[in-house]
Design a protein around this ligand. Structure first.
Ligand SMILES: [Zn+2]
Length: 478
């Protein structure tokens, strides 16, 4: 088990200073770190992706190299072996842009055509586990709800195109299901009209948005709940001229309570709105943006990539599964091979099943990353057999087949998250990213009093002649 040093990403949409769980968690693991109160701490990256690679604390070596060195099962010797996922902690203050991620095949094609905007040839499924109340837009609403909102808000039909909307309604009333290719094609047409009207007639969009928000002020609701109206008002305030402000009328507004978890694969339109979460994503940084961003919007790719599934928000929820023999572990296993998430909760409550110590974690035949988010205690692994004191903010890489157990905890509760996958991650060896201006931290090793200088923190990368900030979840809009 190796302790890791991981990157914090500062994006404009992140929560500021001590309001951000990203900042607080990082500070808990680094006593020497002082939180900048006006700095937006958006994401903590725990993985091997070249845009924010974790390093082994004791050696400063990149985790991908450490895995390649220690993985005895690989016949082919590689310099670096990547994990197929990045686990993140996210703290979101402002809505992120409306976006979609490509499938593996689409990603490979986009990367070949436009490597600057699509730096990876890999897909990016996403899972969000709510740490606080967490809100997002995800997937098209059921056809019936879209039709209801078209009726209540004529402005929606105006930007989607009257004739195309009538055709959508006619097909639905004729009995075509929302899974039929005919209705999906009709949805694709109205969605495409809406994206291009922003380019062709921006003043018309601004005018229709004013009418829409006047109507909302007069308590017209269609099938919107009050929470969605609140989200729309915030979006309009941030993006008064953006056609993306219509999106809650045709996308599901999901509100996750702490402990709830959702997942969506490629081809699903989505936007994070607010809150804090543990996120698991594929080891990729490809995003196609639709709206609500000053960044590159690729309408053509977007229209082609979307799957136009219309469904209820429940479709995206992930079950919390108990694990036989491990009462302190809850598993979130979405329908994808790139990651599975374990929530580990050990308490001293004598009435709780998760109070039995020592508490063993499932032994996995693959590498995993674990972050302690609450509490402290002693942990032991089957490689060193030496108890280690661990506390909130500590992040570990656990080797395949290494057995880990918590021997004791101090306080009432210890809470951790662990992500793993049996897949091997993508090959990033040809990725043209060169870290420049790296920030470093000096850390003192708790166990050996050794001092290490570790490159960490925000970094920029150069690609060919262009210098640009690497941003993952697209940037938000401020
Ligand atoms: Zn995304």
């Amino acid at each position: 088990m190796e302790r890791l040093e991981c990157h914090v990403k500062e994006y404009a949409w992140g929560k500021n200073g001590s309001d951000s769980e990203v900042a607080r968690l990082f500070a808990s693991g680094h006593k020497e770190f002082s939180i900048g109160q006006t700095t937006p701490y958006a994401e903590l990256w725990m993985g091997t992706h070249p845009d924010g690679p974790a390093r082994v604390r004791s050696t400063s070596e990149k985790l991908s190299r450490h895995i390649a060195k220690t993985d005895s099962s690989k016949k082919l010797q590689k310099e670096e072996i990547h994990l197929p996922f990045i686990m993140k902690i996210m703290s979101i203050k402002h809505t992120l842009s409306l976006q979609v991620h490509p499938t593996k095949e689409q990603a490979a094609r986009l990367h070949q055509k436009d490597p600057k905007n699509y730096p990876d040839s890999h897909h990016k499924p996403e899972l969000a586990y709510a740490l606080t109340r967490f809100e997002l837009l995800c997937g098209f609403r059921p056809a019936e709800e879209i039709l209801k909102n078209m009726k209540a808000f004529p402005e929606l039909k105006a930007v989607m195109g009257e004739a195309a909307c009538d055709q959508f309604e006619k097909l639905y009333k004729a009995g075509y299901s929302q899974d039929s290719i005919q209705l999906k094609n009709a949805l694709s047409r109205i969605f495409s009209n809406m994206l291009y009207i922003q380019v062709d007639e921006p003043d018309f969009v601004t005018e229709q948005l004013k009418l829409l928000y006047n109507r909302l002020a007069k308590k017209v609701r269609g099938c919107l709940i009050e929470d969605t109206v609140r989200v729309m008002e915030k979006m309009y305030n941030d993006f008064p001229n953006d056609v993306g402000c219509f999106s809650p009328l045709y996308l599901n507004h999901m509100i996750l309570e702490p402990g709830e978890c959702c997942f969506y694969a490629a081809e699903e339109l989505h936007a994070y709105l607010s809150g804090e979460c543990v996120e698991c994503v594929g080891c990729s940084n490809n995003t196609i943006r639709a709206a609500c961003t000053p960044k590159f919007i690729d309408r053509e790719a977007l229209i082609e990539v979307l799957n136009y599934r219309m469904t209820k928000p429940e479709f995206y929820m992930v079950n919390a599964d108990k694990m036989d023999g491990f009462p302190h572990v809850v598993e979130y296993a979405p329908d994808c091979k790139d990651f599975t998430l374990h929530q580990i909760e050990i308490t001293t409550d004598p009435n709780s099943l998760s109070s039995q110590l020592p508490a063993k974690l499932p032994s996995l035949e693959c590498g995993s990353i674990m972050v302690i988010v609450e509490g402290e205690g002693y942990i032991e692994d089957s490689i060193t057999n030496t108890p280690k004191y661990v506390t909130r903010g500590d992040i570990f890489y656990i080797r395949p087949s290494c057995t880990v157990r918590f021997n004791s905890i101090t306080g009432n509760r210890l809470l951790a998250y662990r992500t793993f996958s049996y897949e091997e991650g993508p090959d990033h060896s040809n990725r043209k990213t060169i870290p420049i201006f790296p920030q470093t931290v000096t850390i003192e090793d708790r166990f050996s009093s050794k001092k290490n200088i570790i490159p960490i923190g925000k970094d920029k990368v150069s690609f060919g002649m262009d210098i640009f900030d690497v941003e993952s979840e697209m940037d938000g809009f401020c």
